[in-house]
Design a protein around this ligand. Structure first.
Ligand SMILES: CC(C)(COP(=O)(O)OP(=O)(O)OC[C@H]1O[C@@H](n2cnc3c(N)ncnc32)[C@H](O)[C@@H]1OP(=O)(O)O)[C@@H](O)C(=O)NCCC(=O)NCCS
Length: 132
């Protein structure tokens, strides 16, 4: 549960189809420093003004049914309602997610390499929600 319920979570939503939980998304206060720096610079606002859409996933059997888009919309609307600019980071090879974001008008602001203490790293794109 720690993955889903971090202390910096503003809110989270689940997707349900016919009474079955099939998806999840959260709005959180922060991502890695590099991601926050890129989004902050692109928007010209402090990191505290960003709402990070995170942990979006839909169960494989429920994909391509609109759940992902609906969850994303819920998180984005909640971000704007809190006076936050919705942003997100996504691994560069998450092609389905990237297609979803770009279809919904999200704009790529940059690319970040996240380095972990175990020597591994992850390449990510940083996206900004379309203007309200
Ligand atoms: C990304 C993800 C959440 C999308 O969920 P979903 O419920 O399938 O999304 P939707 O049905 O709302 O898709 C809306 C649009 O996104 C795009 N899209 C979604 N999946 C796609 C795919 N596999 N290939 C290409 N485009 C895709 C399409 O434009 C789609 O519209 P269409 O079905 O009318 O063509 C889901 O694929 C997933 O959980 N992936 C694994 C986890 C992940 O990568 N999460 C993002 C981490 S940042």
């Amino acid at each position: 549960m720690e993955f889903l319920d971090t202390p910096d979570t503003y809110a989270a939503w689940v997707g349900e189809v016919d009474g079955v939980l099939v998806g999840h998304v959260a709005l959180v206060a922060s991502s890695s420093q590099t991601v926050m720096d890129i989004a902050s610079a692109a928007l010209g606002v402090p990191a505290a003004a960003l709402g990070v859409v995170a942990r979006l996933f839909v169960a494989p059997q429920a994909r391509r049914g609109g759940t992902g888009a609906a969850l994303l919309e819920a998180a984005v609307d909640a971000g704007w309602a809190r006076g936050l600019y919705p942003v997100l980071d996504v691994v560069c090879d998450a092609h389905a997610a990237i297609a979803l974001y770009e279809r919904l008008g999200w704009k790529r602001a940059g690319q970040a390499t996240i380095r972990f203490s175990n020597g591994h790293s992850l390449d990510e794109y940083v996206y900004l929600a379309p203007a309200k």
